[in-house]
Design a binder for this molecule. Sequence first.
Ligand code: NAD
Length: 463
Amino acid sequence: MRVCVIGTGYVGLVTGACLAHIGHDVICVDNNEEKVKLMKSGQSPIFEPGLSDIMQSAINAGKIEFSTDLAAGVAHGEILFIAVGTPPLPTGESDTRYVEAVARGIGANLNGGYKVIVNKSTVPIGSGDWVRMIVLDGIAERQKTLISAGGGSIEEKIPEIAAQFDVISNPEFLREGSAVFDTFNPDRIVLGGNSQKAIGLMKDLYAPIIDRQYAADQSLAPVPVLATDLSSAEMIKYAANAFLATKISFINEVANICDRVGADVTQVAKGIGLDSRIGNKFLQAGIGWGGSCFPKDVSALIHTADDYGYEAQLMKAAVSVNERQRLIALEKLQQVLKILKGKTVGLLGLTFKPDTDDLRDAPALNLIEQLNRLGAKVKAYDPIVSQTGLRHGISGVLVETDAERLADGCDALVLVTEWQQFSTLDYGKMAKLMSHAVIIDGRNFLDPEKMVRAGFQYVGVGR
Ligand code: NAD
C-alpha cells in the first residue's frame, strides 16, 4: 500500500521504516530540512537499535523516500500518518499546534481519491474529530483560493472531498530503545474510528505484523486488534501510560518505606511480582520516571480530567511521588557526603533509559541542576551521549569519554541509567581513582556485594 508518514521522530521514522520493510511504499515527510537531508543519505537522525539497518535495506529496495514536500506525500499516500510531537505546555496540557499544522496542510493538499488520515501522535481525547474539522478547514481555505482564481464554489466541492477521507486513531505503544522490535512484536494494535472501510484498510496495512510474519516468535497467535470509537482509542494510550507511571511510583513509595524499616525492595518486588494479578514488570524501584512520554501524558490526562470537572487524585499523587523520587539520589548523596559544595559527583548515564539518545525530561537533568545549585561539580559518562557528542542543550556537566575518566577524582558516582555495559565496568579500578569510593545505585542495577568487594560504599534505593 502507499503510505505517507508525516513527522520522522522516534515514532514516525520507526513506523515508516518498518512499514517499508514489510513491503509498503512509504514517503516520510518532515519539515526539518537537515533531518531529511541526513535520512536521504541513509543515516538515522536518532539512535534506535536496528533502525539504521532496516532504513538502509528499505532505501536499497526503493521502498522508502524522504521529503520535505507535504503535497507530494499527501498525493502519494492512501494512508497518511500524523506522527509529529505533542510536547507539554507549561500548564500541563498537550501542545497540539504541530498536529494542527499537519492536518491543515493535509486538507490543503487532498487531491481526490479516498484517504485514511491516521493520528499516531498522542493527542488529547476528542482530537480525532478535531483533526477532521481542521482538515475540512484546510480544504475550505484551498477552495477559497481556487474560487478567487476563478474555480467552482466551496459548497459544491467540500462535501465531495469530505466524503473521501476518514480519521482513525492508532495510538503508538513502542518503547524507545526497542522501538523496531516493538513495532514487529506488538502486544495489541488499537484502531479507533467509526469507518469500517478505514479500519479494514488499517488491518490490511498491518496484516503481515498481525500475522506475526516479522515477529521474533512466529508461532504466536495473531496480534489482537482492538477496534474502538475514536475517544476510547485516544484514552487507551493515556490510560496505559498513566497506569505504568503509577505502578513505578507505587514501587518507589514502597522502596522509601523499605529504606526506613530495613526491608529490601528488590525482594519485595519479586515477591509481589510473582502474583499473576500484579506481574513483575514496572516494579523496579529507582530514581523515578521521565522521558518524552510518561510525564507529559500523565499531566495531559490530569489536565483533561480538570477540564471536565474531575480531580484525578491518584494520578496527581503518582506525579508528586515521582517529583520527589527524582531527587532521591541527592538526598542519599547528602546523607553520605554531608556537604556537597566543592564535591565532584559523577553520573553513570544521562538518558532517561538505556538504548536511546533521548534526553527529554530525563531525571539526570534535575539532578545536574540541583547538584550545581548546591555547589557540586558534575561530570557524566553516557555510552551514547558521550560517543555522539549529542548534548541536546545540557549545561552544568562535563561529559567524559569513558567510565574511568569519569571516576577520576570523584567523591561519589550515581548510576542514573541502567545501560547494560555498566554491569561489566572495572569498578575495582574506578574505586581507586576516586577521592571517596561512594556509589548511589539509582536503578538498583548493580550487585551490592560485588561493589563492596570492589571497594565501594554502596547505597541502593530501598535495599
Ligand atoms: P519527535 O519530536 O521525536 O518527532 C517529531 C517530528 O515531527 C520531528 O522530526 C519534527 O521535525 C517533525 N515535525 C514537526 N512539525 C512538523 C510538520 N509541520 N511537518 C512535518 N514534520 C513535522 O516526536 P516523537 O517522540 O516521535 O513523538 C511523536 C508522537 O508520538 C508524540 O505525540 C508522542 O507523544 C507520541 N509517542 C511517542 C513515543 C516515544 O517513545 N517517543 C511513544 C509513543 C507515542
